[in-house]
Design a protein around this ligand. Sequence first.
Ligand code: SF4
Length: 290
Amino acid sequence: MEYEGTLYRPPSEAYSLIIQVTIGCAHNRCTFCNMYREKKFRVRTKEEIMRDLDEARAMYGPMVRRVFFADGDALVVKTETLLELLAYTHENFPFAERISSYGTAKDVLRKSEDELRALAQAGLELIYLGAESGDDRVLEHINKEVTAAEIVEAGRKLKRCGLKTSVTLISGLGGRKGIREHALRSAELISGMNPEYASFLTLRLYEGTQMNEEVRRGEMELITPDEIVEEMELFLGHVDSPGTVFRTNHASNYVVLAGTLNDDIPAMLKRLEAVKAAKRYRMEEWRRHI
Ligand code: SF4
């Protein structure tokens, strides 16, 4: 089984069998992202995907507990194709407990509720949805081509249809001018969606991206670790999403937090205060190289 290009997966899919259902990202225009720049988007044929599943069964069969459909937004694929792939995956990996994929808000909104329910019944359990921010100005700036209201609607639709959601946001994405609005609107977004999981990455710049050039030209200011903590304090001080499992455990983060909203908010705020006082942030070189 050979993967095409660089492979990306969420931290919680570290031990999953990864199957490329698509190559690249159908959107591929976010100004901060370089993940799929080298790939021309395409949906792989069923034959290609099933061949990978056959090979994986021969190598790992009964050991597979989780399967992740890559690349950038496998949910863009036609529902009938996904249903066939889900059935084939379950047939070949009877011990698989979870199948998940990335999906954009637009992918979710494009599908009918009947289609999403059918996917849930066929065993698609979790959608990783990169919201990045709840602030419409930030979403426009990064070229996400979706509004916060649409993201909230997508999250609610997934929930109604029996699919779990893991939402990702990015600390520092609004730059210095946007700290407050990015934090408050992101808190509103999570409160409006009440997803099963929510997490923050921290902005890192990559050569060749539009955002890297904006920072180089002085049009956007990156924020310091102290300001990242202040932004997070604002977020945690305003979010209301009981039961959401919350993490900032990505390699890009200066501070690792783990808890469940809303119960663990006081403990997480206390940790932020202690880390800021002692300036115990993950070192820049570790953020770059992990
Ligand atoms: S952030 Fe997500 S949607 Fe945007 S270009 Fe990157 S992979 Fe595609």
